[in-house]
Design a protein around this ligand. Sequence first.
Ligand code: SF4
Length: 544
Amino acid sequence: MPIIRWDREYVAKPAQTMTASSRTKKKAAAVKKLPKAAASPSQVEKKANLKAPKPAKVKKPSLEEPVTPLSSEEQEELVRLEDIIEKSNSEVGEKEGELSSAAWKITDALYQIQSQNLYRAVGKTFEKYSKDRFNYSLAHSKRLAEVGKIRAVGENPEHKAIVDLIKNESMARPLTKLSESELGKVYATLSQWVKWKEKQELSSQTIRAAIAYHADAPGPKASKLSTDVEAIRAEIKSLKGFIDKTNTKSADESFGVIEGVLSRLVDVKRSTGISWTEHTWNPIVGCTYVSEGCRNCYAAFQMGTLMAARHSDLVDRKSVDEGGRKVERYMFNGKIKLLPDKLDEPLRNTKPSKYFVNSLSDLFHKKVNDDFITTVFEMMEKAHWHTFQVLTKRPKAMAAFTQKYYEDRTPPSNIWLGTSAENQETFDERLPHLLETKTALRWLSMEPLLGSVEITSLEGLDWIVVGGESGSEARKMEAAWVRSIRDACEKEKVQFFFKQWGKFGEEGQELKGKATKAQPKVDGVPHNNWPVPTKADNVSPSAE
Ligand code: SF4
């Protein structure tokens, strides 16, 4: 018998070579050697409730050396903890992995036994002791003790509320991989993030995102596609240099056409249906209408239809007057939901990509607090191998935020900040704020373009995207409006991207069938120009 047990007193098993009589003598000696001054109950209590007990370095019992016998207070503590486990075992619910209060008691007690090395008396590993004593499988006992550890660290009153929200083992598991100091940081982050949520609850996704927020970024992986495309781009650039020497004008035209083809090639892989980006990232949902460009807001339509199961509370169905006609529409009602669970989404994608930030909301909506915006910016910086395209109809708030956020440093090149302008009024009102925005790259989205815009200067801008409105209630975009913006861009050397005509084509005709999918052109020329820096500039040396 490895465990010598009399009246629930444990004594270490001595060296294997002992005879029965010497073992009895040794046992008696060990009991005699117990310290006289036993710990008071309060001391025992204190020991059991250490804020963050560090697992003791367990010295495995060797066949040569006898292990240190348990002191009387240790025996007392072990008996107490074993009693808790036995009692709680009978109270644990049926639901697998559920962390009921009985299950927590078991994990806590097992962690105490493990961290205080109380199982040493049996001369076995902790896992073997748990198997023999409580019939837990070897792996299970280890996992349970690990879960106990995350609670022990969470005994800090600041963190207790968070630990209480951990409802099952799968939520607890990722936390068990962290050191005590990492755990403390993650708990502090979760305390803040839970307050941002609509319901004060935790999910595995929130925990995963908070861990990712503190962990080192996984880093980019250069994809074969983007590597190939970059290589072809480099070749075309050298070709351009060669052609330049002979016939500059035709070379420029050829280069523009080839570049357009290549851009489309990259966009073949896009998953958003938006030709100037590859992914959307929505850590916020919900919005409020600010101007005419919002009238047929596609995000609101999505909330009322495709995403209704989760977000129908963000929109109201309203009957609006549309030139004498009554039209039913989903309209945002001003409610906003912050979704911290989504914050780590770009970090999980290691392929350098373009992300449109908040296609279903506006990052600078007045209900989005600065702490949340800061966290979004931190995540964008952390995922430095991606390009983030932020677009707002509230550039005044963006300018104020960035001036503070980048007060003493240069904004990174992978975050492009832009505003939307659909007509002269919004252009005049928003452009000055965009120009006050601190960013590595400023861009303007003129989609849906609803009127002509007289442009006197584009100084300070890097990129303009133009597009017409689509959908059954779309308003017509005149070709002349597009041409004048294109010409201004060419004149001022601002990159011009023509996204789509929308419901009506260049001649004002309604587009149907194949025509809606055709490459959009202005005067027979596609315009898919990208600003610098491109995403290739943001791939870290480690990816090369
Ligand atoms: S700002 Fe954007 S998301 Fe918000 S209502 Fe307007 S179009 Fe929709």
